[in-house]
Design a protein around this ligand. Structure first.
Ligand SMILES: [Ca+2]
Ligand SMILES: [Ca+2]
Length: 247
């Protein structure tokens, strides 16, 4: 090799190494925000400015035990909401009501959901924790005093449940969030369920928003709602009780 070319190569080498290192770190870096995970998301500035936090003191971890016999969640520690339903907009049907349990690990009132006939992603129920606490649902709940969410569940003809947590960034402006582009989905956790009552406990660190091989855990300071998705095209029945935060 000519000495001149060799010298030039020697000069270029560190730049090349730095470039490769930079590229590698950019690719392997763990995302720390929803925008890093989904750079194409578009947020509405006006909705963003109207968001405000309802901060949990931790005085009442029980989100709902259904014991008062209605479909309004327990109004405590800043929360104010009612059970809501969502579906994939196909021709299925789902309804929810209160059922009574006797014997077994549960006693008294539980939430009962019956549905079927969906054709795309199925349906589910939501607890949008501060939905009625702010005009146009702009509030979100700061639950960082807690470690995660727990509940009891029993199901007929459903083996898996997706529990997800929505934040302002993963919620459309129509539902009080800030997102005006196509939604990235919520922070999800898959749980195995059965026809026996099961107690499920999910730490916030296990609610994940994914894009390809990258993922991000939910920020518990920004909870708009909890969603229980029954992703089946078959008929199903669900019994749900004592949905609560835990420390
Ligand atoms: Ca109950
Ligand atoms: Ca109630």
């Amino acid at each position: 090799m000519q000495p001149k070319v060799q010298k030039q190569l020697q000069r270029l080498l560190p730049i090349l190494v730095l470039g490769v290192l930079f590229f590698w770190s950019a690719c392997s870096k763990k995302p720390t925000s929803v925008v890093e995970l989904f750079p194409d998301l578009v947020f509405d500035e006006r909705s963003q400015a109207k968001q405000f936090a309802v901060v949990a003191t931790g005085s009442e971890p029980m989100i709902d035990d259904l014991e008062d016999g209605d479909l309004n969640g327990i109004k405590a520690d800043g929360r104010n909401w009612s059970w809501a339903q969502f579906d994939d907009m196909t021709d299925g049907i789902q309804y929810l009501t209160i059922d009574q349990e006797e014997g077994g690990p549960r006693q008294g009132n539980v939430l009962y959901v019956k549905g079927g006939g969906w054709q795309k992603t199925g349906a589910g129920v939501s607890a949008n924790l501060v939905y009625k606490a702010s005009p146009r649902m702009y509030g979100y709940y700061d639950a960082s005093v807690f470690s995660g969410i727990e509940f009891w569940i029993k199901a007929k003809d459903l083996k898996q449940l997706t529990v997800s947590v929505g934040t302002p960034e993963t919620t459309s402006t129509n539902d009080g969030g800030i997102c005006i582009s196509s939604l990235p989905g919520h922070f999800e956790h898959q749980a195995t369920i059965s026809d026996e009552w099961t107690h499920i406990q999910i730490p916030f660190s296990e609610f994940l928003l994914k894009n390809g091989n990258k993922e991000l855990a939910v920020n518990p300071a920004q909870i708009k709602g909890l969603h229980f998705s029954f992703e089946t095209m078959n008929d199903y029945e669900i019994w749900l009780d004592e949905i609560a935060f835990y420390r």
